[in-house]
Write a protein that binds this ligand. Structure first.
Ligand code: NAD
Length: 438
């Protein structure tokens, strides 16, 4: 199949490269000329494990190319995927569909011959119909179908998720479009991936329902962690104890500073907004949003309390800034709440993140960046773990202890063993784990 991917960000670039790996001819389009120029030179504009090799292999094989000319790309293909951003609209929490509709209008001008236009971006229910309306209005004679194919990949494991998904959801309303989508995903038949064919509205709701459920699961265990702290229970054992129940499942039961990232915060907000408009308020999701926002704000207080009520004049070493490990994505990361609050309280921040520092430098002014985790710990009065990068788990705590001015750790991801850390002389606090009995 010949595919045009409109938007070459985290989702568009990974999806485009994976479709090329499936054997399709793919052109990834982006309106950011600098991004396309870098891609043409073999440079990745984002950090995603394995992406550079996947892109290079498929460019070499002649199946993957990059361009800024949407019309030229769309005119030559069977299927166009829209993978542009859908951030939160300022003021009301709704998804901002400006980019989706602008892309739809451009696609509408450029369609030649039967084309399936697919929304891969996360879009509120009703968007597919509106995309169809825009195309019909712009080019009344166009032969096309619209389709919704939400993406479930996780940053940091995006290629694996795309190549071996738990399922593929496709909202489609004509047999012809269904055949095209089946042909695109045919390579997944080999690994017997479940394909959920449904109508467009259902596919659109499915994506939001999935993210809202996961955000709820995280928020649930975070509140249980708060209870554990108060009553001397260990949230990890609770999570294991409930997660082994097949009806609950073990994933997404890890406590932390609150969810962030490019999807959960904006998607929960957008779902709540759509649902209120449809007069079917999602009160659980609304509560999740509120609880999570309060939690992120409270994490700085946790650090301050741990330091005896003030961090004024203290040096706080920070490990991890991105919203999760294995990505350079800083969107809605908990660090964006925690670091400024500590700065306002008078702390000097020295931070290290393996991939996120370039982006963090733009979003978090006034911070010093360290070249290594050990450098961030050097002369620190307290060390705060915000993101659980794998490499932090292997740090030598003895060396950290020697480097720090005061051996104190607030581990917001529970990557260290509390007994071991306390045994080495650290004052240590994690999330949802019992304090030592005195
Ligand atoms: P992104 O910001 O990384 O990428 C979007 C890209 O689209 C940008 O490079 C932008 O320049 C480009 N663009 C915008 N308008 C364009 C146009 N008219 N023509 C060409 N290019 C255009 O965003 P992302 O993280 O890839 O997310 C894209 C969509 O996928 C969102 O709806 C998001 O919710 C959804 N999604 C994201 C993830 C994730 O983990 N990032 C996972 C699943 C779904």
């Amino acid at each position: 199949m010949r595919i045009a991917m409109i938007g070459s960000g985290y989702v568009g670039l990974v999806s485009g490269a994976c479709f090329a790996q499936f054997g399709h001819d793919v052109v990834c389009v982006d309106k950011e000329a600098a991004k396309i120029a870098r891609l043409r030179q073999g440079e990745m504009p984002i950090y995603e494990p394995g992406l550079d090799k996947l892109v290079a292999d498929n460019v070499r094989a002649g199946r993957l190319s990059f361009g800024t000319d949407l019309a030229a790309a769309v005119g030559d293909v069977d299927t166009v995927f829209i993978a542009v951003g859908t951030p939160t609209r300022r003021g009301d929490g709704h998804a901002d569909l400006t980019y989706v509709y602008a892309a739809a209008a451009e696609i509408a001008e450029a369609i030649r011959g039967y084309t399936v236009v697919v929304t891969k971006s996360t879009v509120p229910v009703g968007t597919g119909r509106e995309v169809a309306r825009i195309i019909r209005e712009t080019q009344p004679g166009a032969a096309f179908d619209v389709c919704s194919n939400p993406e479930f990949l996780r940053e940091g494991a995006a290629i694996e998720d795309f190549m071996k998904p738990d399922r593929v959801v496709i909202g489609v309303e004509s047999e012809r479009a269904r055949e095209v989508m089946s042909a695109i995903y045919r390579p997944l038949n080999l690994i017997q991936t479940p394909m959920v064919f449904t109508n467009i509205e259902t596919a659109e709701v499915t994506k939001y329902a999935g993210n809202a459920f996961l955000a709820t699961k995280i928020t649930f265990i975070n509140e249980i962690a708060d209870l554990c702290e108060k009553v001397g229970a260990d949230v990890h054992d609770v999570a294991r104890g409930i997660g082994l129940d097949g009806r609950i499942g073990r994933k997404f039961l890890h406590p932390g500073p609150g969810f962030g990232g490019s999807c959960f915060p904006k998607d929960t907000l957008a779902l709540a907004y759509t649902a209120r408009e449809a007069n079917a308020p999602q009160t659980i999701v609304e509560q999740v949003i509120e609880v999570n926002n309060a939690r992120k704000r409270r994490m700085a207080r946790k650090v301050i309390d741990f330091c005896g009520g003030s961090v004024a004049g203290l040096t706080v070493g920070v490990l991890g800034l991105t919203f999760k490990p294995n990505t350079d994505d800083m969107r809605d990361a908990p660090s964006l709440d925690i670091v400024p609050a500590l700065q306002t309280a008078g702390a000097r921040i020295v931070a290290f993140d393996p991939e996120g520092m370039e982006e963090a430098a733009r979003m978090l002014p006034g911070m010093t960046f360290a070249r290594t985790a050990y450098e961030a710990a050097t002369d620190a009065d307290v060390l705060v773990v915000i993101t659980e990068w794998h490499e932090f788990r292997g740090l030598d705590p003895r060396r950290i202890r020697q480097l720090m001015r005061q051996p104190r750790i607030v581990d917001l991801r529970n990557i260290f063993n509390p007994e071991e850390m306390r045994g080495l002389g650290f004052a240590y606090e994690g999330v949802g784990r019992p304090a030592p009995r005195t």
